[in-house]
Design a protein. Structure first.
Lengths: 112, 112
């Protein structure tokens, strides 16, 4: 069964810490995405990547950066975590326009 | 980006068909309509997608109007496990990059 795996299910970090959220897919997909999900706001796109070392800003990139050094891995980085980055973070991958996305189970990040 | 409009909530009796509407009046010719659902605390799950023609798979049917400005997801025999938030999404693409733009979805409650 194809999978998108997020390294942590729950994470608690302190304000100002540098945080890495890791996502790995085993489907050889070109495209990978990071979303955050907040009550009442739905899913919002942070960054996406359509190739190794390529990245595009989504709708809310401020306070985040990403890294895609290998095709299967897409990392989301919070340079200096803040309490307003407490959220559920979802990673997804897809093969292209006419294919569905596969989502990971999510990482619930709490910044205290 | 093309946006979608869905009712915030719907109810359905177990065993009956659930018909979930979606408006996407600004959709352009090369944009697909996707449906996902999300059960509490899990990542979104792909259901079905289409471009112009109606589609059916083992989970659901997708009916797209001829002008492509709206669509309906049909769960033919809803079960309690179909209780979830359902997202209708138009897939945006430009050049080599593409992304899903999520709305707030419809919370479907299947009642016994």
């Amino acid at each position: 069964d194809v999978k998108v795996t997020q390294s942590s299910r729950y994470l608690v970090k302190r304000t100002g810490e540098k945080v890495f959220l890791e996502c790995v897919q085993d489907m050889d997909h070109e495209n990978m995405f990071w979303y955050r999900q907040d009550p009442g706001l739905g899913l919002r796109l942070i960054y996406f990547s359509y190739d190794v070392k390529m990245k595009e800003k989504g709708d809310i990139p401020e306070g985040y950066s990403v890294s895609r050094e290998k095709k299967e891995r897409f990392s989301l980085i919070l340079e200096s975590a803040s309490t307003n980055q407490t959220s559920m973070y979802l990673c997804a991958s897809s093969e292209g326009q006419s294919y569905g996305y596969t989502f990971g189970s999510g990482t619930r990040l709490t910044v205290v | 980006d093309a946006k979608t409009t869905q009712p915030p909530s719907m109810d359905c009796a177990e065993g009956r068909a659930a018909n979930l509407p979606c408006n996407h009046s600004t959709i352009s010719g090369n944009e697909y309509v996707y449906w996902y659902r999300q059960i509490h605390s899990q990542g979104p799950q792909y259901i079905i997608h289409g471009l112009k023609n109606n589609e059916t798979n083992e989970m659901a049917s997708l009916i797209i109007t001829e002008d492509r400005k709206s669509s309906t997801l049909i769960l033919p025999h809803a079960t309690l496990r179909d209780t979830a938030v359902y997202y209708c999404i138009v897939r945006w693409s430009q050049g080599g990059s593409e992304k899903l733009v999520f709305g707030k979805g419809t919370k479907l409650t299947v009642n016994p």
